[in-house]
Design a protein around this ligand. Sequence first.
Ligand code: ADP
Ligand code: MG
Length: 611
Amino acid sequence: MSRIRLLPSHLVDQIAAGEVIERPASALKELIENSLDAQATEISINLSQGGLKSISVSDNGYGMIEDELCLAVKRHATSKLPNANLFQIKSFGFRGEALPSIAAVSDFEISSRTEKMEHGWKIHIEHGTIYPTCPVAHAVGTTVTFRDIFNKIPARRKFLKTQRSEAGKCFEVIKQLAMTKPGVAFKVYENDKTILNFPARTDDNIGIRERLSDVMGHIFAKEAVMLDAQSDTFGLSGLMGLPTMNRPTTQYMNIFVNQRPVKDKQLIGAIRAAYADTLPRGRYPFLALFITVAHEDVDVNVHPAKSEVRFSDPSAIRSLIVGSIQSALRNEGIQATSELSQNVFNRLSVGKYRGKSEKPNLASFESINFTERQSILKQRNSDFDRVVPDDMFFNAPPLAKEVEDDNEAKIQKQIELRGALLGAARAQYHKNYIISETQEGIVIIDQHAAHERLVMERMKSDLTSNRIKTQLLLLPEIISLVPEQLEAINNYLETLNQLGLIIESFGNDSVIVRETPALLGEVNAQELVKDIAEELINLSSSTSLEDKISSVLATIACHGSVRSGRILNVAEMNQLLRDMEITPNSGQCNHGRPTYIKISLLEIESLFGRR
Ligand code: ADP
Ligand code: MG
């Protein structure tokens, strides 16, 4: 007798379900995709107990006739591969696996009616057992309901999480699909309470932005940087969150390939590389990125849940992503999310804050392109008499605070400066925080964080133009290192030389430093070299040279900056603010922390109960 036999079909369905249907949210994703494929313009979703008890999806799509209903629940039955070409897939579905898989592991029911039918038909399948169809009252469209998922397969049920966490995964799925189709209205109820309600928007750029605002929040949509790039093969569009609006996981990186939501490690890696040092380590951006590519240049059939794709030219998409996101962010120049000040405000007004989210009117100035803004500001800043020499922050020794006399001219200048993005510096607190006054409120600046970024950006641009100046140490410094540090430094001598740190190996356990970057002024070479060594050790071997250079630059910049604790006079403080205004990425320090926080007068007034 043959040892090999064909599996019974109910087992085949369960095995397929194991790949496609992991939890309620994955079944829900398949159902919504089916509704979208059926051209629905309204989809409503009902969850009970986070989907563990039941989920039902109703749409006003084109529906199914009775015969189709019976076929739809069979394996590999699909209406979506008209020319049997897996490289011309324009629909979400194409395998004909979802419905039989869900029906194999739940108490499952579909009711559906097409325009031509007088009433609908219903089919019921209980954990794989199919019952005869029967007539049912139903509007044109389809309702699919599944209950008690995995109840008969305790081994799978065991892997489900709490109601809350399963519900959360369902909402995530709904939000992602809602982002791809602004023209479709989504309503979501949990135990009959409305949880989400996304009204239908137009299908153009305006509608997409409105839908992203509905789904990702209006602060995000208002502040995020618009992306619009094109190469021979790929198109990129979407909204990139400001670096300071970062999150601890990749969950909020919404990436779509030809409208299909994907979780692709390569794409996530490329985006992370583009944000580079503007994000703290281990933090990820908040964004919605839409990639379009000709159907023959992408394989969508590489993952059971269709959440990964394969590109015919992966390096081209990587370089387009890195290049275009980087230039979009640089163009944004100085921007820190108002989410931060909102957080501060919420904290300050505990118990009092009523969630008022009316934002102060941002000067239209902030919405113009950074390069334009930079040149206007450069011109304007040069009109203010420059009290501080150009290199003040980069070389000068600490100054004692000078006494300001409030003469007319100074008052006039303060008023003028209030119109600048970061306003007129008023005072320095706790030797590190500058408070400045703007027309709309106040700004608190972390002087150390800000200066670190200024030094870093200056070094970066000097590096690209090969102009990093060095200064000779009077006495070359010999630094002894532990073997691990020594190896790290010796491996990168060449690179460090390019960065202005002229260093050679010396004896068995030391290095000798002859020159340091001039921008840093007087530095503690020993500390600097050890910090760089540690940085290099901490970076994984797979980090690209470019990223390593960037991390080393950040470490160097940190050593050269106005450490907190240095007392600044008003002219110096203002100079720091003016320099920030024209420096790219200066909304966050080299470690991705914000460099400033704005609090509007409106918020302050409401703290004091005036509003
Ligand atoms: P696939 O989506 O890969 O084709 P499914 O098992 O998800 O496979 O669905 C099988 C078929 O059932 C679909 O091809 C479609 O013709 C039909 N169908 C499923 N859901 C709906 C719906 N909501 N409205 C209309 N037809 C549907
Ligand atoms: Mg499907």
